[in-house]
Design a protein around this ligand. Structure first.
Ligand code: GAL
Length: 712
């Protein structure tokens, strides 16, 4: 075993990189070529990592390179991609292979990201297309072993299977990888630096934040239009209709060509939907049918193995990318299609699903199947995003595989798995790695489950009912239809607030939806608040076998939306729950009850309520629940809502909502400041900076609220 040195150099304020070995260019950052948001990084200023560079070690053996970072006893490890099973990965070995069916706690996931963030406030990334294993404090080197950690299981109850480790070890391929360290000082800062380095967060078009509905497989144009119009009749907002298998002439493998029987006039269909305020999103996957017109040209540019009889193109080749992009640009984007759902790009060959090309498949570029699988989701996201960018139109869509550097890609992850708690945890975990996730609703066994899932999805990056296989509608359970309508409408009312949260993602790298550690300034504060009950000093959830310490609950079942809202979903069978409130005063958004934060509270939540809390002093931009997001020039009233008794400020970001003009400065920020008048009454002061964009024709406000007003 050989030990070598790494040469770290600062590449941006608070970001260092080093090259270990001689890595290939076929890596996520090599392919995405993100432009770091230099100004925003500079505004964050410099920092130092909380460890000595000499403590970062590299060892090389015959088939691997191991990079190891020091780890303190209390240090949490977050991230490593879209993990479903736990939030703190400390004590676990994460095998970061893409997997469409990640049912076990191995680290495999739809979106493996060899990036972890420490509770001590720094992050580490390895940019490679190879499968990386991160030992998150699950190994102990001989020289680090301490005599007192050797315990006798026969007699010592404190014996634990996982030892206390003082290292994170990252196993890379023998060729090595480019490594990055992102400084803090907080967990949030480290994530922000990562996102900004990767080009900033994505800013969806405004319509992307409305409600989405996917119609069943094999629907035709008339059926899709009828189903869409039912939303209008019933007063359910909806902005996007998704088409599932059936719009292509063939599927599994696919042609990307409209079926003339079901969609005789695609452009007329897309236009008719648009006139009613609906955008069209198209389902597809990467494997190309022999009947597709691009098949012959793509054949020499494809891999050695087929999938469902279709080609697996080598999209690392520019010629292959151009063929795909041209076809999509001409046949979909040019007629007004708004985006894609990029399915089935997440297979691996050792799961129950054995449809994917094998790891040993070979591609004309020289890459093997294993690396191509790790990269497929990113390649497809990049190509489709580029097609829209060429047209100066923003898109927002769905993808089932992603990876490193994805923050700027306008895609939201989803899964065929369906555990509600895991769906909420995935929403939290996505925020550590520049990913977005939708806890999509498909079906439910009871009206209660239907409501609980719908409440969660309405507070997520993409609010969608995916009825492809179940044929469900939001009103499928008539006994709870008013509750569902209420939450879909509530999402629409919050749209200016959500859009502003995404603008901060874009410009400042702050994830719009984020896990609880983001809401505390230090890991110590998080631990302290999270470990104790309000009325006592009792530690929750006693022991966790992972690293043998008394450990508090992770709070991976609640999250922040923007700066001022905290969402604590309730699951089937519950009507009350505990909530960890960050410091400060809070109000139940729909109950008006006031709580003191910095502690754990217990709240009741009948079926028609999801516990959502708003910060005392928050000033939140809202609008009316229109049937769909109004376009520029259409009437739209901006309504500022100030909550509580404390003075405070809120922000509104605005731009045309559709194009990339904002990159040329075509956007405006409004600051809403609430202060107390000499008589003690709250007063609002609005100041605007930026371009003269007007998307609201009327502005009003309500101050000193304890809860969200009813729709007027
Ligand atoms: C699955 C996908 C579903 C649906 C289905 C259609 O792979 O996850 O959401 O699109 O394919 O066949």
């Amino acid at each position: 075993m050989m030990m070598t040195m790494l040469h770290w150099r600062q590449t941006a304020p608070g970001i260092w990189s080093a090259t270990a070995g001689e890595p290939s260019d076929f890596t996520p950052l090599g392919v995405l070529e993100p432009a770091p948001k230099v100004e925003a990084l500079e505004a964050m200023g410099g920092t130092e990592p909380p460890f000595a560079w000499s403590d970062v070690q590299i060892t090389v053996n015959q088939s691997n390179m191991i990079i190891s970072f020091p780890l303190e006893e209390e240090e949490e490890i977050y991230g490593t991609g879209l993990q479903f099973m736990r939030m703190n990965q400390r004590g676990r070995t994460r095998y970061l292979r893409v997997n469409s069916d990640p049912k076990q706690d191995t680290g495999e996931t739809h979106a493996p990201v060899p990036f972890y963030v420490s509770g001590k406030g720094y992050g580490v990334l390895a940019d490679t297309s190879a499968i990386v294993t991160i030992y998150c404090g699950s190994t102990v080197r001989y020289e680090d072993s301490k005599l007192e950690t050797v315990k006798d299981r026969n007699t010592d109850k404190s014996w634990r299977a996982t030892p206390v480790s003082s290292r994170v070890e990252i196993r890379l391929p023998a060729e090595g990888a480019r490594l990055y360290v992102f400084g803090g000082p907080t967990t949030e800062d480290a994530v922000r630096r990562y996102n900004l380095f990767c080009g900033g967060g994505t800013l969806p078009p405004k319509w992307g934040l409305g409600f989405w509905h996917r119609v069943p497989t094999m629907y035709n144009a008339a059926q899709a239009l009828d189903e869409a119009m039912e939303f209008r009749k019933r007063g359910f907002p909806c902005d996007v209709i998704g088409l599932e298998p059936g719009w292509h002439t063939k599927s599994y493998p696919v042609t990307y060509e409209w079926d003339p029987g079901r969609f005789p006039e695609p452009s007329v269909f897309v236009q008719a939907m648009r006139e009613q305020g609906f955008r069209i999103n198209l389902w597809e996957h990467p494997f190309i049918s022999p009947e597709a017109s691009i098949y012959q040209e793509l054949k020499p540019l494809s891999g050695s193995h087929t999938v469902w009889g279709g080609l697996a193109p080598d999209y690392s080749l520019p010629e292959a990318r151009e063929l795909y992009m041209k076809q999509h640009a001409e046949q979909h984007v040019a007629i007004g299609v708004s985006g894609y759902k990029l399915d089935e790009c997440d297979g691996s060959d050792l799961t129950n699903h054995s449809w994917m090309f094998p790891a040993h498949a070979s591609f004309p570029s020289g890459h093997d199947g294993e690396r191509m699988r790790q990269m497929y989701g990113l390649l497809l996201q990049k190509m489709t995003a580029d097609v829209f960018r060429r047209e100066d139109r923003r898109t927002y869509g769905l993808v089932r595989a992603s990876g490193t550097g994805a923050s700027e890609l306008p895609y939201v992850l989803y899964s065929d798995l369906y555990d509600h708690r895991q769906f909420v945890r995935a929403l939290c975990n996505a925020s550590f790695c520049g990913l977005l996730w939708t806890p999509e609703v498909r079906r439910a066994a009871t009206p209660e489950e239907w409501v609980r899932r719908m409440q969660t999805v309405c507070f997520s990056p993409l609010a969608m009912l995916n009825a492809w296989g179940d044929g469900t509608k939001p009103w499928s359970f008539p006994e709870v239809e008013p509750i569902i309508r209420h939450y879909i409408r509530l999402r629409m009312r919050l749209l200016p607030y959500l859009y502003t949260a995404f603008a901060r993602y874009r410009h400042e790298g702050i994830p719009p939806f984020r896990a609880m550690p983001f809401a505390f300034t230090t890991a110590e504060r998080f631990r302290e608040a999270a470990g104790r009950l309000a009325e006592g000093e009792q530690v929750l959830n006693t022991t966790d076998g992972a690293y043998g310490k008394q450990k508090a609950k992770e709070w991976d079942d609640q999250y922040m939306v923007g700066e001022d809202l905290l969402v604590a979903p309730v699951f089937t069978g519950e009507s009350a729950r505990e909530v960890l409130l960050p410091p400060g005063g809070w109000y139940g958004l729909e109950t008006g009850l006031r709580y003191e934060g910095g502690r754990i509270i217990r709240v009741e939540a009948q079926l028609d309520q999801i516990p959502v809390f708003v910060r005392d002093g928050a000033v939140i931009p809202t609008m009316r629940a229109a049937s769909h997001v109004p376009g520029i020039g259409e009437p739209n009233e901006l309504i500022w809502l100030h909550f509580g008794t404390a003075p405070g400020s809120g922000w509104l970001y605005d731009d045309d909502g559709e194009t990339f003009a904002y990159e040329q400065g075509e956007y405006a920020w409004t600051t809403a400041q609430v202060t107390a008048s000499p008589a003690g009454e709250p007063e609002l002061n609005l100041t605007r900076t930026g371009a003269s964009i007007e998307t609201f024709d009327k502005v009003s406000w309500r101050l000193g609220l304890s809860k969200l007003p009813q729709e007027s």
